[in-house]
Design a protein around this ligand. Structure first.
Ligand SMILES: Nc1ncnc2c1ncn2[C@@H]1O[C@H](COP(=O)(O)OP(=O)(O)OP(=O)(O)O)[C@@H](O)[C@H]1O
Ligand SMILES: [Mg+2]
Length: 180
C-alpha cells in the first residue's frame, strides 16, 4: 500500500466488521514519531487470535483465505523504523496501533485522510467516528456524534453532509499543516 490513509481505511473497516458502534481514529505526528491508533468497541479477539493475527492466514473472512489489512500495516511500519501492536478483549473492543519514524527513508506518505474518513462515514453512516489529527501542538477533531446532534435525523451519508464534512476536514488539515 502506498499511502497510510489506505491502511487506516483498512484497519477502521475491521472495526466496522467487528460490529463497533464507535471507532476512534487518531493520527499523532511529532518530529520523532508518527502514530496511528484505531480503537473500537467491537467484538474483540481472544489473546490466542491476537497472537496469530499478524499472520496473513489468520482471518475470519469467508470470501478468501487470507486477510491482509493487519500484516500489511505491520510490514509498512517495520520497514519505516516502527511496528504494530494490538490490544483486544472479547466483548470489549480492540485497539490497533502502528508507529513509524517519520524521518525514515521508507516512511510512506500519509495520503488523503479526507477521502478515507469520508469513505468510512459514507459506508457506515450509523456508526460513530471520532477522528483526531495532531501535528505537534496543533490538532483538530471530527466527532460524528456532535454532527449528528446538530443535524438531527438526516443521514450522515447525504451528499450535502458529506460535502460539508469534507470541507471541515480540509480546512482543519490546512490549519494544522500550514498555521498562519
Ligand atoms: N478491530 C477488530 N475487532 C475484531 N476482530 C478483528 C479486528 N481487526 C481484525 N480482526 C480479526 O483479524 C482478522 C484479520 O484482519 P485483517 O485486517 O488482517 O484481515 P481481514 O480483515 O480478514 O481481511 P482484509 O483486511 O484483507 O480484507 C479479521 O478477519 C478479524 O477476524
Ligand atoms: Mg481487514
Amino acid at each position: 500500500m502506498k499511502e497510510l490513509s489506505l491502511n487506516i481505511l483498512d484497519i477502521a473497516k475491521n472495526s466496522v466488521t467487528a460490529g463497533a458502534t464507535l471507532v476512534e481514529i487518531t493520527v499523532t505526528e511529532t518530529p520523532a514519531r508518527l502514530t496511528i491508533t484505531v480503537s473500537d468497541n467491537g467484538c474483540g479477539m481472544t489473546p490466542e487470535f491476537v497472537a496469530r493475527v499478524t499472520d496473513p492466514f489468520t482471518t475470519t473472512r469467508t470470501t478468501r483465505k487470507v486477510g491482509l489489512g493487519i500484516p500489511l500495516l505491520q510490514m509498512e511500519a517495520q520497514m519505516a523504523g516502527g511496528d504494530l501492536s494490538i490490544e483486544s478483549e472479547v466483548g470489549k473492543g480492540t485497539t490497533t496501533s502502528a508507529w513509524f519514524d517519520p524521518g525514515h527513508i521508507d516512511m510512506p506518505p500519509l495520503g488523503d485522510l479526507n477521502s478515507s474518513i469520508l469513505t468510512l462515514i459514507q459506508g457506515s453512516p450509523d456508526i460513530d467516528f471520532l477522528f483526531t489529527h495532531s501535528i505537534g501542538e496543533r490538532s483538530y477533531t471530527l466527532d460524528t456524534r456532535e454532527i449528528r446532534e446538530i443535524m438531527g435525523d438526516i443521514s450522515l451519508a447525504e451528499p450535502e453532509i458529506l460535502a460539508w464534512l469534507g470541507d471541515y476536514i480540509s480546512e482543519n488539515e490546512s490549519s494544522i499543516t500550514n498555521p498562519t
